[in-house]
Write a protein that binds this ligand. Sequence first.
Ligand SMILES: Cc1ncc(COP(=O)(O)O)c(C=O)c1O
Ligand SMILES: NCC(=O)CCC(=O)O
Length: 422
Amino acid sequence: MTISQELFQKAGTLIPGGVNSPVRACKSVHCDPLFVASAGGSKLTTEDGDEFIDYVMSWGPMLLGHNHPKVAAAIAETATRGTSFGAPCRLEVELAQAVVDAVPGIDMVRMVSSGTEATMSALRLARGYTGKNGVIKFHGGYHGHADAFLASAGSGVATQSIPGTPGVPADVVKHTLLAHYNDLDAVRTLFERQGDDIAAVIVEPVAGNMGLVLPKPGFLEGLRELTRKHGALLIFDEVITGFRVSFGGAQAAFGIDPDLTCLGKIIGGGLPVGAYGGKREIMSHIAPSGNVYQAGTLSGNPLAMAAGLATLKALAKQDYPALAARTDAFSGELENILRGKGVPVTRNHIASIFTLFFTKTPVVDFPSAQTADSKAFVSFYQQMRAQGIYLAPSGFECAFTSFAHSEQDFERTLEAARKVEF
Ligand SMILES: Cc1ncc(COP(=O)(O)O)c(C=O)c1O
Ligand SMILES: NCC(=O)CCC(=O)O
């Protein structure tokens, strides 16, 4: 047995499924998870001493690469002054300023400790602000694990084929309305039928939890128009796309002005941070300036703020278009290699994110993502992992590159792909 396998066996007796988040268990690719001992730049090193080129990057946060010296130094320096105050600190103001400066739709922002908290709180605010209950989400969209969002969710819910999660009351689910991503007509119909009681549309502006799916031209614009028309809020869940699709997120890249924006992952530089923000008039309804309650013992934690701030400062100096072009070229070559082996492949790419779907069908929504051949994916995943390439263990997730990935990393990855047999 490897050390990872020993640890996983022990973990299984102590932690449900042996993991603290289901997607890590690698169940659907019929592998045991690798236990990571350390990470630096584009690489992970396991407890067994094996090195992997990482395209998971902690599920998105590590856009600068693992253990970036500036981020590590900021955390260490801040820790010398204490780890949690439960009282306001300077770093919260500085990170809030950095977020407001970067993200066009955010005038005010509230820090929380995860993406789940950000989306859950944004929905509560939308309901409190509009006095309505309904929320439209998209099939295959994942917004964390709050009750309202687990219906037809992507990511691990899709990977494990969990139809409707036990434990979520029907009284809650009845307020969640579903449409297919990129299907504006379906959203229009929901508004026509039930518009009086729809508080918000929540959308990943670029979907990243059914694999990567780009918005069709006009889709996001249409959501903006429909929500305005019916007095509902448009919530952009930019937990993946924030600071990644561009420094100002997908909203800056696509020129759409959402009412509320949810952030997570990159904003914490690898520490537990989420945030939700938006128009001053709406945000001022949050307690204590307003009556929509939301709180957190560790919200605005100094170590987390320091990591986020150091990350955003370093990212502001990075060449996003260059990384996008390199990721496009690399993922395009990967696509060519696989196609050359006779397997059908559809590639979706934006910025430093891509997904290769094992299907001929263009992937524009959850049903088309589900046409991908999961057997081919499992085989690809296993053979790549055996050659030191660490991909997300599900066809419904994205591959992430980072500013730390070198051309040599890409070349080694392509070399591994050339050896894969289907
Ligand atoms: C788009 C999106 N929203 C929300 C979340 C939830 O964030 P967290 O896992 O930090 O709770 C995730 C990822 O997990 C996500 O990808
Ligand atoms: N794209 C899905 C996630 O990032 C989730 C990570 C997790 O639940 O561990």
